[in-house]
Ligand binder design. Structure first.
Ligand code: NAD
Length: 435
């Protein structure tokens, strides 16, 4: 099939390249001309494992192209995915101006039937607005369909998630739209959930909010663990083995961040309110998430006493491992709070440093974890990159001024670190636990 993807970010690029890999002819479009210029030269603007290679091979086989010319993209494609960003506004609502602009421009440039698919995460009823916008701007009596096909990929394992999804959600209003999307995704052999547009939109917000709820729930449990002397890792293991609960998203830590969960929880609270439902549960999930950052900062103060002039080493800036994405990463707020109190901050992230340098001022960026540890009064683990799990901790201990590790992701064993002579503070961990 001939397909266009409008918005070539984390979702758009992965969607585009994977659909090309399945044998379709795909145009990835973006209004950021610099990004498109770079992509044409083979420079991929984001770090996502395997993405660079897959783009190169599909470009070579002439199945993947990049453009800023929407007219050209709309003319050559029967299916057009909208994958532009939907960032949060100050009032918590997601900003849909990008979606509206794109819908209008697609309508103006449509030569004949087109299927326009919402891939971006949008609140329930957005499909109605997209339909109205296209209808109001279309020239003549051209037929079209709107569909919702929310994306569930996770950054850091996006290609695998796209190619092997747990399910593909397709919200449609016509047989034609349904058949097009069913044939497009047929090669993946995945379970399809074919439903109406509003339910598809809601599945995405409900899923992300549920996952955020699991994280906040285990984080709340971590507080009870700290107060009672239980160990949250043991509690999570015991809970997760229950098939009704499942082990995923039960890692206590400094809370969720990134470009999706905080924004999607906010947007879901706002849309629920607009629809006349006060979603108290979601508000609490959000509050617990914020509290985890405050508790973490308190742990640092409890152990360092005075923050001013202390050297604090940060391991991990990206909001999760295997990505360079630092949008809404908890690390940013923690670093800012420590700097506000006069700390000297050194940091290392395997992929996120370049983006972090653009927004974090006064941070000494280091080339590895050992350089961060040198002379540090305290080491903070803020992202659970695998390479941090493999560190030579005795070497770290020798390099640090004071061997204090505060682990916001619970990647280390408290007993092991204590035996090595490091002072170790995790989230909801009990040093009493003996394996
Ligand atoms: P992103 O910021 O990485 O990419 C969005 C791209 O859209 C940018 O390159 C931007 O330049 C482009 N863009 C914005 N307005 C445009 C316009 N009018 N015309 C053409 N291009 C335009 O965002 P993302 O992380 O890829 O997320 C996109 C959507 O997918 C969001 O709604 C997000 O919530 C959702 N989503 C994201 C993820 C994720 O893990 N990042 C997962 C599932 C769903």
């Amino acid at each position: 099939m001939n397909i266009s993807i409008v918005g070539s970010g984390y979702v758009g690029l992965v969607t585009g390249v994977c659909l090309a890999e399945l044998g379709n002819t795909v145009i990835c479009l973006d209004n950021d001309k610099k990004k498109i210029g770079n992509l044409k030269k083979g420079i991929v603007p984001i770090f996502e494992p395997g993405l660079h290679e897959l783009i190169a091979s599909n470009v070579k086989q002439k199945r993947l192209k990049f453009t800023s010319n929407l007219k050209q993209a709309v003319h050559s494609s029967e299916i057009i995915f909208i994958a532009v960003g939907t960032p949060a506004m100050n009032n918590g609502e997601a900003d849909h101006i990008g979606i509206e602009n794109v819908a209008r421009n697609i309508a103006i440039n449509m030569p004949d039937y087109r299927l326009i698919v919402e891939k971006s995460t949008v609140p329930v009823e957005t499909g109605e607005w997209v339909k109205h916008t296209i209808q109001n701007n279309i020239k003549g009596k051209i037929k079209f369909d709107v569909a919702s096909n929310p994306e569930f990929l996770r950054e850091g394992q996006a290609i695998n998630d796209f190619m092997h999804p747990d399910r593909i959600v397709i919200g449609v209003e016509s047989e034609k739209a349904k058949n097009l999307l069913v044939s497009l995704y047929k090669p993946l052999g995945a379970q399809l959930v074919i439903t109406d547009i509003k339910s598809a939109e809601l599945i995405k917000h409900a899923s992300n909010s549920y996952l955020a709820a699991k994280i906040s729930f285990i984080n709340a449990i971590s507080q009870i663990c700290e107060k009672s002397g239980a160990d949250v890792v043991e509690v999570a293991k015991g809970m997760g083995l229950d098939k009704r609960i499942g082990p995923g998203f039960l890692n206590a830590g400094i809370g969720y961040g990134g470009s999706c969960f905080p924004k999607d929880v906010d947007a879901f609270i706002t849309i629920s309110e607009k629809l006349g439902y006060n979603f108290e549960l979601l508000k609490t999930i959000k509050r617990i998430n914020q509290q985890m950052l405050e508790f973490f900062l308190q742990k640092i103060k409890n152990n360092l006493w005075i923050i001013k002039d202390k050297t604090i080493g940060i391991l991990g800036i990206s909001f999760k491992p295997n990505t360079d994405d630092i949008r809404n990463a908890p690390s940013l707020e923690i670093i800012k709070a420590l700097q506000d109190e006069g700390a000297k901050v050194k940091a290392y992230d395997p992929q996120g440093a370049a983006k972090a340098k653009e927004i974090l001022k006064g941070v000494a960026f280091c080339s590895d974890s050992y350089a961060v540890s040198k002379g540090a009064d305290c080491l903070l683990i803020l992202t659970e990159w695998d390479e941090f799990k493999e560190l030579d901790l005795l070497k770290i201990k020798k390099l640090m001024r004071h061997p204090l590790v505060i682990d916001g992701r619970n990647i280390y064993d408290p007993v092991k670190l204590s035996k090595m002579g490091l002072k170790y503070i995790g989230i909801g961990r009990s040093a009493n636990f003996k394996r």
